[in-house]
Design a protein around this ligand. Structure first.
Ligand code: NAG
Ligand code: NAG
Ligand code: NAG
Length: 485
């Protein structure tokens, strides 16, 4: 009996040992596989396209690259960690974009450029059509992206390398619809007399007609297309028909979530209207104004907070809080004001976003964001809490809350945020020719990060394509918010 007991005990012991070994092994594999998963979907990854950059853009190497993806991306992640906290803008994968040769009335003719010699595009080696100035410029994103695409074909222009234009659509990652929607809205939104529709609406209708009749569109229903509609009111009617497309927007304030959302679309910064603070030697002690705000009064929607805050802050001596939009010579005053302030308020107006945030960034004035619905550009690779302060609207309108919070931020913390602002400010600057790490390149890279999800959608939609009828593929139906994806 005793020996039987010992045997059972030995047996139990070895079973326990084996079980624990198996347990540890399984943990090991679980950890390993999760680390691979995170590397595949990692947010810090700036090499999102499953394309190996071997210098030969013509070669179609996607499938090979997909097999090698995880290894490569792990390596990319490792090298990024060594780069430290700076947002990595080094880019090895090049986004390949096919651009429709839309008639000039949709793009550069809106800048009063006249097409010559059969080409619908300006010869930018000779002359670059200028975008109208003033506040128009804040939504000029479409213009800078298009110029960069055109420049990608011209040898000897020193430019950045996130994107290249291709003329064979089957080589492209994405299809670009180069409609200057914001400019069309700014120029033409008013109804012309004796006509039913304003010219902006006429252009949108023409655009929808053109795009939805393209073979490329029909193949994917526009899922691999993208279009810029940065002004909140631009593309107002066409957006309802082109909803499967990726939009480049300022925010989602005026979009139903089934038409535009953070999964499908890309948020781009406004072009700042304030002059950047070049050679800034100011610091916490030499910026006299504690908190700066200049903006319009809004009484509707999210804008109520502006008035509440005005009453809460109007008696603070070192706070500048005035209403009035930044027009012409107002820009100079606002530039001086922001350059002389420690913190700059960014309060939701009639939309969640505004150019004020980007004005603050280039002024090295630490942004205080009071806008619960705001979406921020490239937030998947950029941690805004390192250089901004976020305050919930419900807290901000409590008596003394905001001013106490701002006064509690001392020189050390402010200086850390200001230093980070100087590091990131280039991500928000638009220029031609575009440079590595500027807003144009950051937007291209954000667009590139959407490509795998677009492919997934397209491939999934093909599963039962042999059974779908022509009617079911129609464009009219808009999905319910729950299954837009
Ligand atoms: C993966 O990449 C290596 C070199 O980086 C290459 O030699 C190998 O053939 C690739 N594997 C596949 C399956 O393409
Ligand atoms: C476009 O690219 C595809 C795939 O690389 C190729 O098969 C096709 O011949 C190309 N078409 C033209 C017109 O060059
Ligand atoms: C900034 O400093 C550099 C070098 O000191 C100088 O060349 C440049 O003109 C300055 N720019 C401005 C706008 O002051």
């Amino acid at each position: 009996m005793a020996s039987l007991g010992i045997i059972t005990r030995k047996l139990l012991f070895s079973l326990l040992t084996i079980a624990s070994i198996l347990f540890f092994l399984s943990w090991f594999f679980v950890l390993r596989s999760t680390s691979i998963d995170t590397s595949l979907f990692s947010n810090t990854n700036t090499n999102p396209l499953p394309v190996v950059n071997n210098g030969n853009f013509e070669a179609r190497i996607r499938n090979r690259a997909i097999l090698n993806d995880s290894v490569e991306e792990e390596e990319a992640e490792l090298s990024q960690k060594e780069d430290g906290v700076k947002c990595n803008t080094k880019n090895t994968a090049i986004l390949k974009v096919y651009m429709y040769d839309l008639a000039p009335e949709f793009h550069f003719e809106l800048l009063d450029w006249k097409a010559q010699g059969g080409s619908v595009w300006p010869d930018i080696t000779k002359n670059i059509p200028q975008y109208p100035g003033g506040l128009n410029l804040q939504h000029s994103i479409e213009y800078w992206l298009t110029l960069d695409l055109l420049a990608s074909e011209i040898p000897n222009i020193p430019r950045a390398s996130s994107v290249i234009r291709v003329h064979n659509s089957s080589e492209a990652d994405l299809i670009f619809v180069p409609f200057f929607a914001s400019l069309s809205y700014n120029k033409f939104s008013k109804k012309t007399p004796h006509k039913k529709k304003g010219n902006d609406r006429v252009l949108q209708d023409k655009l929808v007609d053109y795009v939805t009749n393209q073979e490329l569109w029909k193949q994917s229903q526009g899922k691999d297309h993208f279009i810029v509609a940065h002004h909140p009111n631009s593309l107002l009617s066409a957006r309802m028909k082109l909803w499967r497309t990726t939009f480049i927007l300022s925010d989602f304030g005026r979009y139903p979530p089934n038409i535009a959302n953070v999964d499908k679309d890309v948020i781009a910064p406004y072009k700042h209207v304030i002059k950047p603070y070049v050679n800034d030697t100011s610091d916490f002690d030499t910026r006299p104004t504690l908190l700066y705000f200049q903006g319009a009064i809004y009484r509707k929607d999210g804008g109520f907070a502006r008035q509440e805050l005005f009453y809460l802050l109007k008696d603070e001596k070192d706070v500048h809080f005035t209403f009035g939009s930044v027009q012409r010579n107002g820009i100079n005053k606002a530039t001086q004001g922001m350059h002389a302030s420690k913190f700059c308020l960014n309060i939701a107006g009639d939309t969640p976003s505004s150019n004020r945030l980007f004005d603050a960034i280039v002024s090295h004035c630490v942004p205080v964001i009071i806008s619960d619905e705001i979406e921020l550009p490239y937030e998947d690779v950029l941690d805004y809490s390192e250089f901004c302060i976020f305050v919930r609207t419900s807290d901000a309108v409590k008596e003394h809350y905001l001013i106490n919070l701002i006064r509690s931020i001392k020189k050390d913390e402010w200086t850390r945020k200001r230093d980070r602002l100087k590091e990131v400010e280039d991500f928000f600057k638009f220029q031609y020719p575009s440079k590595e790490g500027d807003a144009v390149q950051m937007i291209w890279q954000a667009v590139a990060r959407k490509v795998p999800a677009m492919r997934l959608k397209i491939h999934k939609s093909k599963r039962f394509s042999h059974t779908t009828t022509k009617k079911e593929q129609g464009l009219k139906s808009i999905p319910s918010p729950r299954n837009f994806w």
